[in-house]
Design a protein around this ligand. Structure first.
Ligand code: PMV
Length: 350
């Protein structure tokens, strides 16, 4: 039992709800977890403004439990099985959840083949739909609690999804550096602790490799259980939080760049030190990283990168007077390393 255990007093009815949820990109990475999606270390991400999942969920009350899913209009049986399993696993928190049939139609605003993780925005949108249904069935109207529970429910689908429920900078995982941070749900990083230079940023994703990745993040998290460097890494994530907190307050762009790139490379170093080892970066990923470093050395302009669990490179740069010089360089020098001239242009504004 916890504060999210469901109320047994509910009244179900046929409903159709629609919700939208953005994706997010981590600055301090979550990599490694314990049972029930408890993160091995705290993480912090920027919620994106444009890459979103839009989901329509139809609930037909009092039918035998079943789930049908459509992704961009195409029926997806494997995805439906995954969602049905997920729904069964969260009955304790939403006691009405198995008492009907679902037709779920979902669409991403970013290209499906892009390799951009859709699990964060996807599970975020599903959790929001479920909480809208829950409000209607249980009569519970506390918006703050609903959002917190949506984050809790999303986490049980995909860990990083719990951060997508909030805008701006979002923390998941308990750290003494962030008030009320929790392993169970995400919280917004206090806006008044963030310098203006970090509140208007671009994130252009270079699609170095489109399609499925060789090793899923579920397998990757699991390999941290036997990684001899894991404990040191988890500790370092805590230390990086303390450093980042000061950077965010002071507006120290150079230190921010150093920390964010270090986190990205550490994530991939952990993959290389797993047993069995795996590498998700491709030749294009490395070429782009080297070119970014050369560009920064020559121009001193704040273009830097982060990576998620894949080959694509997230190019980060603040929105300011230098933006045009940076985008010109990206188009001239970096886009050539993508598979199909693929660039997804997103941003964070808060
Ligand atoms: O939420 P998952 O299981 O897809 O894991 C996401 C892991 C990273 O994207 C690599 C890091 C993060 O914190 O988002």
């Amino acid at each position: 039992m916890n504060e999210f255990s469901g109320d047994q007093n509910f009244k179900i009815s046929n409903q159709k709800v629609t919700e939208s949820c953005p994706s997010n990109i981590a600055l301090i990475k979550y990599w490694g977890k314990y049972e029930k999606q408890i993160p091995a270390n705290p993480s912090i991400s920027y919620t994106l403004n444009l890459c979103k999942t839009n989901t329509e969920m139809e609930f037909v009350a009092d039918e035998t439990f079943s789930v049908q899913t459509f992704l961009a209009g195409k029926e997806e049986v494997k995805f439906a099985e995954k969602i049905a399993k997920y729904f069964r696993s969260i009955e304790e928190y939403l006691p009405w959840i198995l008492k009907g049939k679902y037709i779920i139609k979902t669409e991403n605003t970013f290209p499906h083949s892009s390799g951009i993780a859709s699990s964060a925005s996807g599970f975020g949108a599903i959790a929001k739909c479920l909480m809208t249904l829950d409000q209607s069935f249980s009569g519970q109207t506390d918006e703050c609690f609903t959002l917190k529970k949506a984050s809790f429910i999303a986490r049980l689908g995909s860990g990083s999804a719990c951060r997508s429920l909030y805008d701006g900078l979002v923390v998941w995982g308990e750290t003494k550096e962030v008030y009320e941070s929790s392993d169970l749900f995400a919280v917004q990083y206090p806006n008044d602790e963030v310098h203006d230079v970090f509140r208007s940023f671009n994130d252009w994703v270079l699609l170095i490799h489109e399609g499925e990745k060789a090793v899923s993040s579920t397998v990757g998290h699991g390999l941290m259980n036997t990684n001899p460097y894991a404990e040191r890494r988890f500790q370092e994530a805590h230390e990086n939080f303390a450093t980042l907190k000061k950077i965010l307050k002071q507006g120290d762009m150079n230190a921010f760049i150093q920390l964010v790139e270090h986190e990205a490379l550490t994530l991939h170093a952990m993959m290389m030190m797993s047993e069995p080892a795996f590498i998700l970066m491709q030749a294009g990923t490395l070429a782009v990283i080297n070119k970014i470093w050369e560009f920064r050395k020559e121009t001193n302009l704040p273009l830097f990168f982060t990576l998620d669990a894949g080959a694509n490179v997230h190019l980060l740069f603040p929105s300011n007077k230098d933006e045009d010089k940076i985008t010109e360089f990206i188009i001239k020098e970096l886009v050539q390393h993508t598979q199909n001239n693929g660039v997804v242009k997103d941003m964070m504004r808060f």
